[in-house]
Write a protein that binds this ligand. Structure first.
Ligand SMILES: [Zn+2]
Length: 117
């Protein structure tokens, strides 16, 4: 007769529950099939035992370690938005100048056709 005792760490028993699965990706590239914990969504093999740094120094160290290039930082995004706004202002000014030049007869209204390929 087979034993019905549930062994801790038994993958088959853990996958049959309705709890959320671990959100980690395994080395084979497939998602982990274990149950994630409620604190960080990871099983004990994928960082589930760690609940993150607690001290301010530790949090700063982790933030520094996670920083890769800064292209998505608040400062970089603000700079990109400022450049985009400047570009829109320049294009608006050029459109106004073009309309004035066409209105004054300095440019033919179909001048762009000469530059189309
Ligand atoms: Zn996992």
């Amino acid at each position: 007769m087979m034993s019905t005792v549930v062994q801790p760490g038994n993958v088959m028993n853990e996958t049959n529950t309705s709890e959320a699965l671990c959100r980690a990706k395994t080395r084979s590239g497939k998602p982990c099939k274990r149950i994630g914990n409620s604190k960080n969504g990871r099983c004990h093999l994928h960082g589930g035992k760690s609940t993150g740094p607690k001290t301010e120094e530790g949090r700063a160290r982790i933030a520094t370690a996670q920083f890769k290039h800064g292209n998505r930082s608040k400062a970089a995004i603000a700079a990109q938005r400022a450049k985009a706004a400047r570009g829109r202002a320049i294009r608006t000014e050029l459109a106004t100048l073009e309309a004035l030049a066409i209105q004054d007869g300095l440019l033919p209204s179909n001048w762009r056709d000469a530059y189309r390929i």
